[in-house]
Ligand binder design. Structure first.
Ligand SMILES: *Cc1c(COP(=O)(O)O)cnc(C)c1O
Length: 499
């Protein structure tokens, strides 16, 4: 029998290492479709189970109809607006939906300006480019065009947005104690933002919300400070809101204005594949106005016999994410998104309150002597992302840290993030604290933390198992003492295999 026709585990493929490179011409028999699929399925089985991955915000559950729609979109190139006008129309409907959700005023023609991207990273880069060109136009009008080209603008932010853009990063680190009205939390301090702005500042980036802890920057307060600086010094600095996770959560919460309601907000971006509930590879950006954008950031393409602008760094890209996003908008509606947010965060009317449940269970976990294990770094269960961020209380002087805990939890197949709270400056390589006011603390740069993202698929039943896994892991670490993972040679019955 031809090898390719045998059941996979009976074939010679099974005795061979995973192939790299093209099988050479004429030598190897062609593998059957089933065999190739089996090779990929086995590789995939070795990855972590995506439903048990609480370290990422990306949606991993798709209804069968949604998968079918995504597959259909894989064959459609969104860049070909002339050939696939209806698909591009679906894209524009998604942009319009988000613009309305984020209170963006329409252009004179009633339309909104924005783009689908592969994620928030591309969306933020587009926002950054738009800010850069806008700044250059403004600076050239004040000085001269040639000088503006040679100048090096800066961007007040703490993310890596500037990386590809040849601009100076002005990191305004979030403060933990903070003077802002929102109180203690991981947010930008408006006073620090004001101090970072000069006539080379192309914009300020606010985050809704911080992916470490779920806190929202107080865009309303920063907006007021930016207005003051602009008025006092004749600047035109605007704000980009990186709402990668919060863009689909904050609209369904009772929180201060964070979107286009703030007059200096020029653009808002979000990841459709996070709380937008679309599939991986989906992001969005919406701009307040078309002015200055078209000639700098857009490419003009033929569309239904006319011309249309397309804002994107990538040219060819599949329509899968756009299809799934539109599917989710129609399927969930405002009510569905609101219910998902409520279930994750809790609140009086909630049937389940998963993030709060996990936090309360962690808060109750104590050493045999009664000392509580955890301190919390997240924003609680209102007006923030559904995230539980905690660290083992440094005052306990435990012989293991949060990274050890992460490893111990993974024995139960759950994946939680373990982080070091330090920050490597991307241009100087210098290591410091992630927060401007934790640096002075004794343990500042060494502190570790764990974080659990409560995605839509983390049901209460699943969360109960996660909590049990964390409890067992703490007992395990206490029993095995210090450095277990550094010295895994506790194994007896060793032998040196003869091969
Ligand atoms: C996830 C995230 C990003 C990156 O988003 P992608 O969609 O993965 O490209 C950027 N900013 C924040 C605040 C995020 O949470």
């Amino acid at each position: 029998m031809l090898d390719a026709l045998r059941p996979y585990y009976e074939s010679t493929d099974v005795g061979e290492a995973l192939p790299t490179g093209l099988p050479p011409r004429g030598k190897s028999p062609r593998k059957s479709a089933r065999h190739v699929q089996a090779i990929l399925e086995d590789a995939h089985a070795l990855d972590s189970n995506e439903k048990l991955n609480t370290s990422s915000y990306v949606t991993v559950v798709l209804e069968p109809e949604e998968e079918a729609v995504a597959l259909m979109g894989l064959r459609v190139n969104l860049a070909d607006q002339t050939v696939y006008p209806q698909s591009f129309d679906i894209h524009n409907r998604c942009v319009d939906t988000l613009a309305k959700l984020w209170h963006c005023p329409p252009e004179a023609d009633g339309k909104h300006v924005g783009a689908g991207t592969v994620g928030s990273t591309e969306a933020c880069l587009l926002a950054g480019l738009a800010l850069k060109f806008r700044w250059r136009v403004w600076y050239a009008a004040r000085h001269d065009a040639a000088r503006a080209l040679g100048e090096f603008p800066n961007l007040a932010c703490w993310e890596k947005l500037f990386r590809y853009m040849d601009v100076e990063p002005r990191f305004v680190k979030p403060t933990f104690s903070g003077s802002h009205a929102g109180g203690r939390g991981w947010r930008l301090d408006p006073a620090h933002v004001a101090a970072a702005i000069d006539d080379h500042t192309m914009g300020v980036v606010c985050i809704v919300g911080n992916h470490y802890s779920g806190h929202y920057d107080r865009v309303d307060e920063i907006d007021a400070v930016v207005s003051q600086v602009n008025a006092a010094r004749g600047f035109q600095v605007g704000i980009h809101v990186d709402a990668a996770s919060g863009g689909f959560v904050a609209p369904f919460q009772d929180v201060p204005a964070w979107d286009f309601r703030c007059p200096n907000v020029l653009s808002v971006s979000a990841s459709g594949h996070k709380f937008g509930q679309a599939c991986c590879g989906t992001g969005w950006i919406v701009w307040r106005e078309r002015r200055n954008l078209a000639e700098h950031v857009a490419i003009s393409v033929g569309y239904l016999g006319g011309k249309a602008d397309s804002y994107t760094l990538n040219f060819s890209r599949p329509a899968a994410g756009v299809y799934v996003q539109y599917y989710k908008f129609l399927r969930l509606g405002a009510d569905g998104y609101a219910r998902i947010v409520r279930n994750q965060l809790g609140g009086r009317a909630a049937e389940m309150a998963v993030a709060r449940f996990i936090r309360c269970k962690l808060a109750a976990m104590a050493r045999p002597g009664g000392e509580k294990y955890f301190e919390f770094l997240d924003a609680g269960d209102a007006g923030c992302l559904p995230v539980v961020a905690a660290r083992l209380d440094p005052a306990l002087g435990l012989p293991f840290d949060d990274i050890d805990l992460q490893h111990a939890i993974s024995r139960k197949h759950w994946y939680v993030s373990g982080y070091k709270l330090d920050f490597v400056h991307p241009t100087t390589g210098e290591v410091g604290s992630l927060f401007s006011d934790l640096a002075d603390e004794e343990e500042g740069e060494q502190t570790t933390m764990i974080r659990i993202v409560v995605k839509a698929n983390l049901s209460m039943a699943m969360a109960s198992d996660l909590v049990a896994a964390i409890d067992e892991s703490l007992k395990y670490l206490e029993a095995h003492g210090a450095g277990f993972f550094k010295h895994p040679a506790h194994v007896v019955h060793v032998h040196k295999a003869a091969c």
